[in-house]
Design a protein around this ligand. Sequence first.
Ligand SMILES: Cc1cc2nc3c(=O)[nH]c(=O)nc-3n(C[C@H](O)[C@H](O)[C@H](O)COP(=O)(O)OP(=O)(O)OC[C@H]3O[C@@H](n4cnc5c(N)ncnc54)[C@H](O)[C@@H]3O)c2cc1C
Length: 554
Amino acid sequence: MLVDARTLPDGAELRADVTIVGAGAAGIVLALELARAGKTVSLIESGAPGFNPRAQALADALMDPDVHPPMSECTRRQVGGTSVIWGGRVVPFDPADFDDRPYMPHSKWPFTYDHIRPYFAGVGRYLRSGDPIFDIRDVPGVAQHAIVPGLPDGDVQSSQLERWSVVSFGALYARELRQSRSITVYHGLTCTAVLAAAGARRTDGLTARTFSGARVTIRAGVTVLAAGGLNTTRLLLNSDQNHPGGIGNHSGMLGRFYTGHISGRIAEARFSTPPERTVFGFDRDPEGVYLRRRFTFTRQCLHKEHLSNTAVWLVNPDICDPAHGNGVLSFAYLALSSPLGRFLASEAIRKATIKGDVQGTPAQHIWNMLRDFPRTAAFIPTFGYKRYLASRKVPGFFQYSRSNTYPLHYFAEHAPNPDSRVTLTDDRDELGMRRIRIDMRYTQQDFDSVLRAHRIIDEHLRRHGKGELRYVVPDPAAYVASHLGDGYHQCGTTRMSERPEHGVTDPQGRVHGLDDLYILSSSTFVTSSQANSMFMILVLALRMAEHLTAARHA
Ligand SMILES: Cc1cc2nc3c(=O)[nH]c(=O)nc-3n(C[C@H](O)[C@H](O)[C@H](O)COP(=O)(O)OP(=O)(O)OC[C@H]3O[C@@H](n4cnc5c(N)ncnc54)[C@H](O)[C@@H]3O)c2cc1C
């Protein structure tokens, strides 16, 4: 059932077996799982079923815009949360992420890979991303397994996959939420603090507010905060009435270890194999799910080379620079930079695509389109159909390179760093909640690892006589150290730990010291992996559902 919180009277009190704060992917999956197990759930959502700029503005934070995009590009305050604007890339964490890595301080998860593997199939079902097969050799009907023919997997592998989802959680699961007798979604209701007396083992519930001025109290057997990485942390920081530094700050770790990824382009791969046999675009599995290959590193190689977990994939030339001479790329540039652009891609993805260092003039791009007219004219309707009308939408497009040369995009783990953090400010939002300041920091370890990863791929290609890498920026080290910033994956600020003195939650996501308060968010991640966050968040959602239904909490 959906309830518009503006209909609630001032002083209302809500009760259920479980309260979940946040109706993003995490909150929705957990709610559905708990409802199927017979629990009643209050799902508290600050936003409306559709986009509301007033609700979105509640999420604003203070940050250095060169390192962190605005919250309006990193989160969505509406039913469905950030899945309304996400990219759809589905990648699991790797076994290596859970190993002891003495070269990567503060990186030890309180459980192993074997512990999460059983949830992969269930997550794939929610994401509609197919069976959890992430190795091209296990996908039936694929003749060539490597990105270029004859390139074997060694320290570097090109057989590992990302899968693509097309799911926007609010839209896909709206009907089930509306029809559920066990779940009540209260939208337009913003949770402003968790209540707990000092030293108590249980919370006293939550306070929440509406734009119409109503104050609401929410009580439940168990409360789960699933408000997204930064907003969950903010809620705990704001709950500091009886807990210095906020609930969960017993170890001084609340808000610390803010991590995401480090990504960019410093090199291109020039392959010496037949150009027409380079797999530069998407594969599809028997269900039609889009798949894409990437260069990754074996567990042994990561450890031996002290690498941060890293993935590298082939991309199009920078679409902004008309020197590419490609009419399709110029068309994409003009479309995305026009006023229509915001209807074609989410703002974060649009901006990232058109922020190249060299911006051509419209005339140069139009000239490219005219010179390349037949190909451009054929591309527009075909891609338009596949991207906007087909039932399974293509996630993007990639252009064949006659010279067999492809720019490489690196996407690497951000090493845990206690000085990378979010803190509370005195600035308040419309409902009186204090906003956060984001201070995201990287270290030399992050930069060095990116350079080593490129060296290792270059050596691998040369050793097997399949090509080489060439740097495309004059000073790769300086480039990596100056092209920083994430904000989309929001890891670490309520990290998990076995012992209370090392983190905010226990390995189940329960806040250390409190029996009835859980966190379900990328903020509990100990490390960020080479994987985007959604898959692992949903692994934790299924695991938490199992825990809460097995345990007799709620
Ligand atoms: C542009 C972009 C592209 C991305 N692409 C990918 C990708 O390709 N692959 C991938 O794996 N990940 C990707 N991500 C990350 C991924 O989308 C997020 O990790 C994921 O959606 C987070 O889900 P969540 O449910 O934890 O949080 P959210 O989706 O942020 O949901 C939290 C919900 O809580 C609500 N809320 C917040 N505060 C309160 C409060 N105080 N009271 C009540 N409600 C509250 C919010 O309104 C929101 O609905 C991307 C993110 C962005 C921004």
